[in-house]
Design a protein. Structure first.
Length: 484
């Protein structure tokens, strides 16, 4: 099959999976007001791979490295900086053309690439073969896979083995000749209810007494014992919003409950090898932070554009303090872009798998998460209080008050009032709405908290080298002492 149509993708979701949202069981998620948007957002990527222009299809569709058959770009295991750069380009293109984030394969393959790299490092041929076979299954059937890493975790101050009950972290409860049984819950899993397969990786390092928690595997979303409990979302455009002529794009996250779920051995990539749990979690995090910095660039470009446009509509583009703020905005975006490019250009090789540069990928994620709120503040500052109090589209459409709005809400004479109103509404969505608050929290936590990035930056940075350079400078070590 190789490349599916949107209809084939949608049909594959009508498989009896157990999905709840706002307390209600949903039989067909493709038709649900909120979950349907997630399906359509992911579906938009399937559509572009089928019907996009030649350049887009060349980017989204790659050749199977052995057979030459068409496969989705995300199912190319990265071997070179170019493979990593192509992943980034595919994410940028998908976001710009669909107007959203069609995360259908990215996080799942971040997990699978990590599982594959770590199976090689463990020297476990069976796990390696399982990971390779699973990849072939994804390639052949063009499946959507989510990545389930984050456990619900209970008391954050306690390790998995010392919690009130054993299920705050996903773990193996039984094994037999055919496979393993797992119990626990993963949370915040992006686009999970609309996935074909769930790819599971441990959320943290496990110790010897936590070997049952060192488990990685993949299973179909409709497997017995799996329940999705989804976040509610904004739903389609309302008649109160000025908006572009394209559908809302949104992904829904879910808590996935694993209630004694059976996983056959040929779908297991780690089971009990606690010594390697840190490595798989760490390698996943590196791949995933690279995905994150790739999708953030098109996002923050649009937000920066709102600031530029609002400065112009308000007649302030040439004012010095506004230009200073625009410089800070541009520096935020371009630093992120430069770091994302550098992370792809300088990978670390795990055997023949190219892992994005861990130091640079973590620096990039820390940059966007730690400075995002300041970036939002600058846009809010330039836009003005109208971002909080703007009349809505229904006011604009009401002939009794329309002329007042037209007359009084204009800005620079170079632009129409309607254009300014449209940009105000676009900017509000990013910096003064329920969605904006969602993104502020997401920027901090998704792809790991800032403390997690700092831990990895410390681990990857040449602290010893810095120290030796200082000692040479201070005359404690002689000039010419080797430092590398
Ligand atoms: C929109 C969204 C989408 C996401 N998508 C996915 C996904 O697809 N797949 C997936 O697996 N995950 C996903 N995540 C989860 C994300 O990776 C986590 O939110 C993140 O790792 C933080 O974990 P947490 O939410 O449990 O926060 P917590 O762990 O509760 O963290 C809160 C704070 O406590 C600190 N903290 C926690 N534990 C400790 C400790 N032991 N010692 C010291 N400090 C500690 C953290 O550093 C942080 O500052 C998503 C999250 C969001 C918001």
């Amino acid at each position: 099959m190789g490349i599916r149509t949107v209809e084939e993708y949608k049909q594959s979701l009508r498989d009896g999976r157990k999905v709840y949202i706002s307390g209600e069981r949903v039989e067909d998620i493709t038709k649900h007001r909120v979950l349907g948007l997630t399906v359509d957002t992911i579906g938009a990527a399937y559509e572009l791979a089928q019907k996009g222009d030649q350049k887009t299809r060349d980017l989204l569709i790659a050749k199977h490295p052995e057979t030459g058959e068409p496969i989705n770009r995300f199912y190319v295991t990265p071997r070179t900086p170019e493979d990593l750069a192509n992943r980034t380009k595919a994410i940028h293109t998908l976001m710009r053309l669909t107007g959203g984030l069609p995360f259908g394969k990215d996080i799942g393959t971040d997990c699978l690439n990590a599982a594959m790299a770590v199976a090689k490092q463990m020297g476990n041929k069976q796990y390696e073969a399982n990971a390779k076979n699973f990849l072939e299954h994804l390639r052949k059937n063009d499946l959507h896979t989510c990545g389930a890493i984050t456990c619900v975790k209970g008391d954050r101050g306690k390790e998995p083995a010392h919690q009130k009950h054993p299920d705050y972290y996903l773990h193996v409860v039984d094994k037999n000749k055919e496979g393993i049984f797992v119990k626990g819950a993963k949370i915040h899993i992006t686009s999970a209810p609309a996935a074909n397969e769930i790819m599971v990786v441990p959320t943290r390092q496990m110790r010897e007494n936590e070997a049952d928690y060192a488990v990685s595997f993949a299973i179909p979303a409709n497997t017995k014992g799996i329940t999705f409990i989804c976040r509610n979302g904004r739903g389609p455009w309302s008649d109160k919003e000025f908006h572009a002529d394209r559908p809302v794009r949104e992904l829904t996250e879910a808590m996935i409950v694993f209630d004694n779920v059976f996983v056959p051995w040929d779908r297991v990539f780690m089971c009990g090898e606690w010594q390697h749990s840190m490595n798989i979690a760490y390698t996943f995090a590196t791949f995933h932070r690279f995905t994150a910095i790739s999708y953030k660039v098109p996002n923050v470009e649009v937000m920066a554009g709102c600031a530029v446009a609002m400065a112009k509509y308000n007649g302030l583009f040439k004012v010095s303090h506004i230009r200073e703020k625009l410089a800070d905005i541009a520096a935020y975006v371009e630093t992120l872009r430069a770091l994302a490019d550098a992370a792809a250009a300088k990978p670390v090789m795990f055997g023949d798998i190219a892992v994005p540069n861990p130091l640079i990928a973590n620096m990039a994620k820390l940059h966007f998460a730690s400075k995002y709120h300041e970036f939002v503040k600058l846009i809010q500052d330039i836009g003005g209080g109208i971002l909080a109090t703007s009349p809505d589209k229904k006011d604009w459409d009401n002939p009794e008050i329309h002329d007042y709005l037209e007359h009084y809400l204009g800005g620079s004479a170079d632009y129409s009032t309607e254009e300014r109103m449209r940009m105000i509404h676009e900017t509000m969505r990013h910096v003064a709405s329920h969605e904006a608050a969602f993104h502020e929290v997401t920027t901090v936590h998704a792809e790991g908290s800032m403390a997690a990035q700092k831990m990895m930056i410390l681990h990857e940075s040449p602290l010893k080298k810095y120290e030796m350079r200082a000692k040479i400078a201070a005359g404690i070590l002689p000039i010419g002492t080797p430092v590398d």
